[in-house]
Design a protein around this ligand. Structure first.
Ligand SMILES: Nc1ccn([C@@H]2O[C@H](COP(=O)(O)OP(=O)(O)OP(=O)(O)O)[C@@H](O)[C@H]2O)c(=O)n1
Ligand SMILES: C[C@](O)(CO)[C@H](O)COP(=O)(O)O
Length: 228
């Protein structure tokens, strides 16, 4: 029997680039913590059998309190993460018992049901599926002296987002292999690609931003006024 879908929502980072005292996943947008906005999107999907929130060891308790405050306790488990995003995702994957998994950044609160469904549909035809948008700027490779060394063809460049969808067993294997080899990637697909897994992009939206630097907060507030 198919054990369905689970999602790992990672929210164990420190948000160094945001520069706020409070970690960015706990900042309030319209009086609600960023990660709660994110969780609510997944919790509203009936097909999401398991939802695991991964947060800092010292934040588990307050996350559980928020989860209760927003009536998500029957849907969401909270576990501690690790030093890097990859370690946090790995902990989340180990906590799941589903056949399929989505990995999503807790600090991407503008994900929507249609984009999640598109990733789920795509991955079920094989390999992996990641939400992404074509890059809009010209991209240049620049060396340590600030000199341009290459201008890659923009038509083949995509900016990669989350969710990233896989068969759980395949992604777990990729994570174990990366750990054994001491390989650290910046997204989940990189680890799958190392295993020869074909990863497809699913065209998403430029509004599925990752809250990373301070100006993202103003844009997020603007988006929220229009969307929610
Ligand atoms: N050890 C870590 C590091 C990151 N993340 C999560 O991974 C997502 C994307 O990471 P990023 O934007 O880099 O978050 P931070 O690591 O918090 O930011 P920074 O690199 O600026 O410190 C975030 O939801 C973040 O909480 C995590 O769960 N565990
Ligand atoms: C996974 C990710 O959000 C895809 O864009 C991104 O790679 C996370 O990277 P970061 O270095 O943790 O910001």
């Amino acid at each position: 029997m198919d054990k369905g879908w689970g999602v790992v929502v990672v929210a164990a980072g420190r948000g160094t680039r945001m520069g706020t005292t409070e970690s960015k996943q706990f900042l309030l947008l319209q009086d609600k913590p960023v990660f709660i906005h994110t969780l609510e999107v997944f919790a509203a999907l009936d097909e999401m059998r398991e939802i695991v929130l991964v947060t800092g060891a010292g934040d588990v308790e307050r996350c559980l309190n928020w989860v209760k405050e927003y009536h998500l306790e029957s849907r969401v488990r909270v576990i501690p993460g690790g030093k890097e995003r990859q370690h946090s995702v790995h902990e989340g994957l180990k906590a799941l018992g589903t056949d399929w998994v989505l990995v999503h950044d807790g600090v991407r609160p503008f994900i929507n049901r249609e984009q999640i469904s598109a990733c789920m549909t795509t991955v079920m035809s094989g390999g992996g599926a990641v939400l992404a948008v074509p890059v809009k700027d010209t991209i240049k490779q620049v060396n340590a002296e600030g000199v341009v060394t290459a201008t890659p063809d923009r038509s083949s460049l995509w900016s990669i987002q989350t969710p990233q969808a896989f068969r759980l067993s395949a992604l777990l294997h990729a994570y174990e292999s990366a750990e054994k080899d001491g390989f650290l990637g910046t997204d989940d697909a990189m680890l799958a690609e190392r295993q020869g897994i074909t990863v497809k992009v699913v065209e998403g939206s430029y509004t599925n931003i990752k809250l990373t630097t301070p100006e993202d907060l103003q844009y997020a507030a603007f988006l929220l006024r229009g969307e929610k």
